[in-house]
Design a protein around this ligand. Structure first.
Ligand code: NAI
Length: 252
């Protein structure tokens, strides 16, 4: 029970990695606010946590909207009395080159992946600062560190997540707040299937390609969740500003 008595807010909490992490947080004793664009799916995750004996609420919100983020943070504080852990994980991908990417698509990817994390931090940090402690984990990507093909807006946005995380760690470390990024390789979620669709590739061969790495398989959402639980817990008490890579050895 590494998170007993703590409150966690998880964005993209209804998706593959967000759901697995919400469940893992709850299994470690945390109260969880499951935030997602998809209300029903978020409710289902909160239901799952409650059915297992935990405490959870579901909140429908678009992380790129400041009023939505403010309301989500306020609802979490009202329900549970504070926020100890924020997993800023909502993200989207567009599999296009610079030439193919429209300005609207570029802005949407940055709106969710970058502005979403900025807004969450803007509103969560004061809550954590008042308590004098907190752990923020932002979801980057292996492609935020090394780049990747046909995903220019995504790669740029995830690079921003990694460096924004370092900047946040510098600014808010003195307030007792740790900020780290978790950077997955290919993980078996809806996002990968959506990528296959966007690229017009057959899902099976796309997923087989995703498994082409030293450990010879894709990651599972629970394997990212395990790393996030560690970053959320006091076990990582001297870790901040780091970019933790969890990718089965997906080195270039
Ligand atoms: P997913 O598509 O299964 O889940 C993403 C969730 O975010 C969905 O539930 C979606 O409704 C929610 N979401 C999207 N836009 C939102 C918004 N504006 N406001 C609130 N919620 C929103 O994807 P997955 O794989 O679980 O991705 C989670 C994070 O992990 C993302 O940031 C993604 O970029 C990152 N990631 C995923 C990898 C993978 O291979 N699956 C690899 C590297 C990073």
């Amino acid at each position: 029970m590494r998170l007993a008595g703590r409150t966690a807010i998880v964005t993209g909490g209804a998706g593959g990695i967000g759901r697995a992490t919400s469940l893992a947080f709850a299994a470690e004793g945390a109260r969880v606010a499951v935030v997602d664009l998809q209300q029903e799916a978020a409710e289902a995750v909160a239901d799952e946590i409650r059915a297992a004996g935990g405490e959870a609420i579901a909140i429908a919100a678009d992380v790129s909207s400041e009023p939505d983020v403010q309301a989500a943070v306020a609802a979490t504080v009202e329900a549970f009395g504070g926020i100890d852990v924020a997993f800023n994980n909502a993200g989207i991908i567009r599999r296009t080159t610079a030439v193919e990417t429209t300005v609207e698509e570029w802005d949407r990817v940055f709106g969710v992946n970058v502005r979403g994390i900025f807004l969450m931090c803007k509103h969560v940090v004061p809550v954590m600062a008042e308590a004098g402690a907190g752990s923020i984990i932002n979801t980057g990507s292996g492609w935020g560190l090394k780049g990747g093909g046909q995903a220019i807006s995504y790669c740029a946005s995830k690079g921003a997540v990694v460096n924004m995380t370092r900047a946040l760690a510098i600014d808010h470390g003195p307030q007792g707040i740790r900020v780290n990024s978790v950077n997955p390789g290919d993980v078996d979620t809806g996002m990968l299937r959506d990528e296959a669709r966007q690229l017009g590739q057959e899902t099976g061969s796309f997923l087989a390609e995703a498994a082409d790495r030293p450990l010879r398989r894709m990651g599972q959402p629970t394997e990212i969740a395990a790393a996030v639980v560690w970053l959320a817990s006091d076990e990582s008490s001297y870790v901040t500003g780091s970019a933790l890579v969890v990718d089965g050895g997906g080195i270039a």
